[in-house]
Design a protein around this ligand. Structure first.
Ligand SMILES: [Zn+2]
Ligand SMILES: [Zn+2]
Length: 355
């Protein structure tokens, strides 16, 4: 893949910089881009100059908020176990109070939780998911779904679809044409300011836990998806891979990431079977990595709607078969209906692995 390395100047016209790229570099689908009439496989590294870094794009903000394993676990427990109190998360997750307080503060600041006072003898505070927070349900279910299909999680609980009564075993579909959607049949136009550089710099407290020390529990998540999504640099590397970045040097330019950190994340992704090394110090998404598009699609969709960035900072993803803009939905594998948050539940009584 050819990659343009010259950084696009801030203020460059959208037409010049908003070049079409494929959301994926089809490993085994030569000419996958031909139908777009776009310069096949060419990507524009849209990083603005470092001195005048603009406000982060929606996706950049989304990655910086959600690319954190504790945040994912806090949200997951809020949805599944309806935990709303500081003590509830602390006891359930065994998380240190200072880390939990910092994460909750950030989630409130970013409008995902709303703090509410309630009376329990004395006045206490609880954290409720805002409407924007509630809309994250599909992202969390997409992680579950990826784990179930690609991380060998036989132990995950079935997700029951109320209207058909069956295990929904969700799949990603296009909300316009309702056909299944994969990374390979989407096309991405990238705004000139759709950059992820600095995503990893925005927060100091990284890696508060060593890798792999989470117990694997039946309501998820497993260490591999926490490693893919639960660290800001990792999520950014994966996002760049979905945008067609392949070469080490391009990841570096794109993300403004230290070479040692980049080397570490790429190595882990290869070990996890998400990326595979190719000649010329390149890294390509494997099928397992491509399947993570299911999660990425919901992340992009949510972030761009809930955390809009400056003009020109969006990714415009299109579902090629129908030409509609990205509107990811999860559908039931049994009845093919679109799943809604209130119409599904995890069967907590099921024996894992025997469902
Ligand atoms: Zn479609
Ligand atoms: Zn169903």
């Amino acid at each position: 893949m050819k990659t343009k390395e010259t950084p696009v100047e801030v203020g460059a016209t959208r037409a010049a910089a908003g070049r079409g790229v494929s959301a994926v570099d089809p490993i085994d689908a030569p000419g996958g881009n031909a139908a777009d009439g776009a310069p096949a496989g060419e990507t524009t590294i849209g990083g603005p100059g470092t001195e005048e870094a603009p406000e982060l794009s929606g996706i950049g903000r989304g990655l910086s908020i959600l690319g954190d394993r504790w945040v994912l676990l806090i949200l997951q427990r809020a949805f599944l176990l309806r935990i709303r109190t500081f003590a509830g998360w602390r006891d359930e997750l065994g998380i240190s109070e200072s880390v939990l307080a910092a994460r909750l503060k950030e989630l409130v600041k970013n409008g995902i939780f709303v703090q509410q006072a309630y009376r329990d003898g004395r006045t206490r505070l609880e954290y409720r998911l805002s409407d924007a927070g509630l809309r994250l349900w599909s992202l969390l279910v997409a992680i579950y779904s990826w784990e179930r299909d690609w991380a060998g999680r036989e132990d995950l609980l079935p997700l029951i679809h109320h209207s058909c009564g069956h295990d929904a075993h969700p799949y990603l579909a296009c909300g316009s044409c309702h056909k299944p959607m994969t990374a390979r049949d989407t096309h991405t136009e990238r705004g000139p300011l759709a950059t992820f550089s600095r995503v990893g710099l925005a927060r100091q407290h990284r890696r508060t836990t060593p890798r792999g020390d989470f117990r694997t529990d039946i309501i998820g998540y497993c260490p591999s998806s926490l490693e893919i999504l639960g660290d800001r640099w990792s999520t950014s590397v994966l996002a760049a891979a979905f945008l067609g970045v392949r070469r080490f040097v391009d990841f570096q330019n794109e993300l403004g990431i230290a070479p040692s950190v980049l080397t570490d994340r790429l190595k882990r992704f290869v070990e996890l079977g998400v990326l595979q090394p190719a000649t010329g110090r390149q890294y390509r998404l494997t099928d397992r990595g491509l399947a993570f598009f299911e999660v990425f699609a919901f992340l992009v969709y949510w972030a761009q709607r809930e955390l809009p960035g400056p003009e020109g900072s969006d990714l415009d993803i299109t579902h090629k078969p129908c030409g509609s803009p990205l509107r990811p939905v999860l559908q039931c594998r049994h009845c093919d209906e679109v799943l809604a948050r209130r119409e599904i539940h995890f069967d907590l009584s099921a024996t894992p692995g025997q469902a």
